[in-house]
Design a protein around this ligand. Structure first.
Ligand code: 13P
Length: 251
């Protein structure tokens, strides 16, 4: 299975010109890497400036969508359908920074369903705020998964990607990342939770990505030792030289 290497640019870079430059450099690396599909999630306002042509190696995504289905008086919002009519093929939903801004479980569940109905692939982010020694946080993970996916028909799971992104590891620098061994443990836990709804084979087919302080030095260990289905990368995706090495780590 292709590794999914996702760039979450967040609210970067500052100008459309910089966005185009970063896109072109990332594209060059992506087109050379047969073992990966690279998904760039720029600020939505830049999607139209990138002259993107869909290919099997490189896709675009949005970082969030509105909780509202239809067009209307929702200042600042972008619907799943609007995202889908742009070149976006993926939507990140439930990122910890959106959860911190007020996206509760019910909202995340609605967004997941709207994105799937608009034919977008969903990158659903889950992850605990902190980790207690007794494994109590696994309950938090379990709840995030089951509530976000409540009512999602089984045949949509093929359009689903889970990003396990422990909140405590986001934006910390490489020493603050999780370990590949711990990631693997959590990947298996996530697939076990999904298997209760869709069965073991379909759950195993859902890619589980690692996110949280991924850089060009630790990427390979998460992909190999951690058996990650891919990576969700923040800051290091803004450095074309570093992100190129992360893409090549999927070899
Ligand atoms: P960093 O890679 O900067 O830790 O960000 C992770 C993240 O939030 C990606 O969605």
């Amino acid at each position: 299975m292709l590794k999914l290497i996702v760039a979450n640019w967040k609210m970067n870079p500052a100008t459309p010109r910089e966005a185009r430059e970063l896109y072109l450099k990332t594209k060059q690396a992506a087109l050379k890497q047969r073992s990966a599909r690279v998904i760039i999630c720029p600020p939505a306002i830049f999607i139209g400036c990138l002259n993107h042509k869909t290919s099997s190696r490189l896709s675009l995504g949005v970082q969030d969508i509105s909780v509202h289905r239809n067009t209307g008086a929702f200042t600042g919002a972008i619907s799943a359908a609007q995202a889908s009519y742009s070149e976006a093929e993926y939507a990140i939903i439930g990122h910890s920074e959106r959860r911190a801004a007020g996206d509760e479980e019910k909202i995340i569940n609605t967004k997941v369903k709207l994105a799937l109905a608009a034919k977008l692939n969903v990158i659903l982010c889950v992850g605990e705020k902190s980790r207690d020694g007794e494994g109590g946080y696994l309950q938090e993970l379990h709840e995030q998964l089951t509530s976000a996916l409540a009512g999602v028909p089984n045949n949509f799971y093929k359009k689903l990607v889970i990003a396990y992104e422990p909140v405590w590891a986001v934006g910390k620098g490489a020493s603050g990342a999780d370990t590949p061994a711990e990631f693997l443990h959590h990947k298996l836990f996530i697939q076990k939770v999904l298997s209760k709804t869709v069965g073991a084979a379909a759950a195993k087919a859902v890619p589980v990505l690692y996110g949280g302080s991924v850089d060009h030095k630790n990427a390979e260990s998460f992909l190999n030792e951690g058996q990650a289905g891919g990576l969700l990368v923040g800051r290091a995706s803004l450095r074309a030289d570093h992100f190129k090495q992360i893409i090549y780590a999927a070899r």
